[in-house]
Design a protein around this ligand. Sequence first.
Ligand code: AMP
Ligand code: MG
Length: 322
Amino acid sequence: MLETTRSRKELGERKVSPVMSKNSSQSLSDQLKPFVAPFRIDGSGEFHLKSHKTNEKGGLDKEKAEKIIEANRKRLSDFQEKLYAQDRWSLLLVFQGMDASGKDSAIKSVFDGVNPQGCEVHSFKQPSSRELDHDFLWRTAIALPERGRIGIFNRSHYEDCLVVRVHPEILAKAKIPPQLVTKNIWSERFEDISAFERHLARNGTVILKFFLNVSKEEQRQRFLDRLEEPAKNWKFSMADIAERALWAKYQAAYQEVIRHTSTKSAPWHVVPADHKWFARVVIGSAIVSALDRLDLKFPDVDKASLQEFKQVRTALLAEAQG
Ligand code: AMP
Ligand code: MG
């Protein structure tokens, strides 16, 4: 089914995708569908986190995956230029997942080679006192991508329904008037997040959300690596062990979030993340498929400007001879 024998050089020159099927009239989204559709949650069905495998490989091996990842990087880089030139749409990518699920390295890998001027990564940590002086959506709202830009959220407003839900003491310390904190707070937050995201979508922000779904065993292995490899020591935090002990609570909180905030205009992708290379195939494929559907083009230059360009060109050429 997959053609993977072409050399990289050939791929670059002929812009042929390694996942191109024999039917070349297939759209990019159709080609990449096997790596996106099974993992995309848009609210149209029931959602059970347990039915999603963490170790899925989508029929690929690492070598085939690398070719797709590389082809997607090139596509992403091309789309980004047009997105920027058009200055109409913006793209918001939300990354969530347990510690060591691979959020940082996936962002690094998928965006490798994309013009940094068109992208901005925001990492959301524990809120500052200034941030706590506002509603929970404020800090993400001020970090949203401008038109023509790609905004990458490494953790996001969803933490306020995840870590905050798992740790009621965080909510207790927040400065929300106590009579507004009721048992309905989570359903209210889901409703507000969905309305916020719908508003953004209606104004030209394409939103894709990724939950890096790693197994508890794979997290154990990755924590061990962090402890054993000096270059990875800095990534290890004792706090991560405390959160690991709350694994089941986090899984339940993630399931709730995905159940209640998956929509057609802001879908979640439950990304199998035990194999980092497969996670990168899914993430890259979802992003380029969404951009492909926008039918991005470089803006046309009007006739008057073209005429002017001609005159300027002639003048510049004359200058060199003078
Ligand atoms: P890291 O992503 O490893 O740098 O860790 C960032 C930490 O900040 C994680 O433990 C998050 O759970 C925490 N964090 C992010 N957003 C919030 C929030 N709204 N409230 C409390 N903790 C948060
Ligand atoms: Mg961490």
